[in-house]
Design a protein around this ligand. Structure first.
Ligand code: NAG
Ligand code: NAG
Ligand code: NAG
Ligand code: NAG
Ligand code: NAG
Ligand code: NAG
Length: 215
């Protein structure tokens, strides 16, 4: 029995590290590796989990020449069209925005007190995408239909106490791309009321009229 114990002795001696410095380094290396991996994971989770910001949309111009008392447009053809300038702003840093077809509708409130409105024009913008921190401007002329011109002219005339209120509505879906994949589609429904003056223009608003989310 005693002779059998002898071979165990060298094994015991082997369990001590032959070069203690290597074990010391490898322990610190593992710790270092763990810290690096944790930092990378936290960074990735923060990056991909960051909630994307909805794009902002601003109506920069709305003009109906036929309502402009200073213009001769009343005589020109198609003067009843609306010229618009709309801009989309991707506020995200590092996230691309993919827009589906954007449907846009313009309405006129003929009954302000009871909120009655009619659709006077619509258009759509084909799908597009936008890099981060970019602004895209959309300029277009839209043909109007069914505008009660007399009612509008009365309201914008000097002395009228009721303003001429128009409205813009926008509807689309957006996806965000974080560098690797696109998110699911998010609904984007925006709109805003505005007043038109006797020059056929939207009353000036600093930096354009910001469209608000409709829930
Ligand atoms: C409007 O008409 C007047 C006279 O008919 C003319 O002198 C003027 O140039 C016209 N303005 C524009 C913008 O066409
Ligand atoms: C004027 O409007 C009519 C429809 O209302 C359209 O068919 C025509 O192309 C327009 N003309 C111009 C020059 O935009
Ligand atoms: C727009 O104006 C109409 C008429 O005053 C009102 O009924 C409606 O609630 C307004 N909408 C918004 C978003 O302000
Ligand atoms: C405007 O709306 C009508 C009715 O919904 C639709 O048929 C038409 O395609 C729209 N026009 C544009 C340019 O989106
Ligand atoms: C509006 O009418 C008043 C008088 O009723 C006049 O004093 C004023 O100059 C007019 N304003 C404009 C912009 O025409
Ligand atoms: C935009 O309008 C088209 C029809 O013209 C419709 O198929 C599509 O679903 C609309 N998009 C949104 C977001 O409402």
């Amino acid at each position: 029995m005693a002779s059998a114990e002898i071979p165990l002795a060298p094994a015991k001696a082997n369990s001590k590290p032959r070069f203690p410095i290597l074990s010391f380094i490898s322990n610190y290396f593992l710790l270092f590796l763990a810290i690096v991996i944790t930092v990378i994971l936290v960074a990735l989770i923060t990056w991909f989990g960051m909630h994307p910001l909805r794009p902002r949309c601003t109506l920069g111009k709305f003009y109906i020449p036929t309502l402009d008392k200073a213009s001769n447009a009343t005589q020109t053809v198609n003067s009843t069209a609306i010229s618009i300038e709309l801009s989309f702003w991707n506020r995200n840093t590092e996230k691309k925005v993919y827009y589906d077809k954007v449907n846009m509708t313009f309405s006129y409130y003929y009954g302000i007190n009871n909120g009655l409105s009619i659709r006077i024009g619509n258009t759509s913008i084909p799908p597009f995408h936008q890099r981060y921190l970019r602004t895209k401007d959309h300029v277009e002329t839209i043909q109007t239909f069914g505008v009660p011109w007399e009612d509008v002219r009365m309201k914008i005339s000097n002395g009228s106490t009721t303003p001429a209120i128009f409205r813009v509505d926008l509807e689309t879906h957006v996806r965000f791309k974080n560098g690797l994949w696109k998110t699911r589609r998010h609904e984007l429904r925006l709109g805003a009321n505005f007043t038109v003056n006797d020059h056929g223009r939207m009353m000036s608003v600093d930096n354009g009229l910001r469209l608000h989310t409709i829930f």
